[in-house]
Design a binder for this molecule. Structure first.
Ligand SMILES: CC(C)(COP(=O)(O)OP(=O)(O)OC[C@H]1O[C@@H](n2cnc3c(N)ncnc32)[C@H](O)[C@@H]1OP(=O)(O)O)[C@@H](O)C(=O)NCCC(=O)NCCS
Length: 144
């Protein structure tokens, strides 16, 4: 498995993975393109045998960063890919000057919560009924 920055031609595959991992709430192809074209955005892709099996994105503004997404195709989960993408995003954000990172996660998303806890994030506060289906979101934070 290798990690590298997104290329424009990766976005179609990344949008397929978005749909697979997030269903109705997936970012559209155009949303991914628009992030990709933003100067403050850093996208990391995990590749295995020439195929993208996971990806993540982070936006850095001055000393603060926000994780936009992290996802791994089902067959490759629980083998460290998500954690490796996360660490790569954090390292790249730190290199751009970020000192603190935030993310939002559904309170029921146990795999994601456990992944973020394992990588040093802690719960900061919740936003009640944040998602369209009424679920709360937990905002997590980590100092770099
Ligand atoms: C969250 C996600 C990216 C994690 O990716 P992953 O490649 O499975 O993560 P890792 O293998 O690095 O796991 C990291 C740790 O998190 C915990 N963990 C992850 N998934 C878990 C699960 N299903 N059950 C229990 N613990 C889990 C474990 O502690 C794991 O470490 P271990 O395997 O050494 O015990 C993946 O589950 C995913 O793509 N989910 C769907 C998309 C999503 O919800 N993204 C997050 C949006 S906020």
């Amino acid at each position: 498995m290798t990690l590298r920055q997104w290329k424009y031609e990766d976005i179609l595959r990344i949008s397929e993975l978005e749909k697979e991992c997030f269903g109705k709430e997936a970012w559209s192809y155009m949303m991914l393109v628009s992030s990709f074209e933003t100067d403050t955005f850093i996208g990391v892709a995990a590749e295995d045998g020439g195929e993208i099996v996971g990806y993540g994105g982070i936006t850095v503004a001055y000393d603060s960063a926000d994780i936009a997404n992290v996802a791994v195709t089902e067959a490759f989960r629980r083998s460290g890919v998500g954690g490796a993408i996360l660490e790569e995003l954090l390292a790249r954000a730190k290199a751009k000057g970020a000192a603190k990172v935030f993310l939002e996660v559904r309170v029921s998303n146990t795999p994601a919560l456990l992944t973020y806890l394992k990588h040093g994030f802690t719960g900061a506060y919740t936003r009640a009924r944040y998602y369209p289906d009424g679920e709360d979101c937990l905002v997590m934070a980590k100092e770099l």
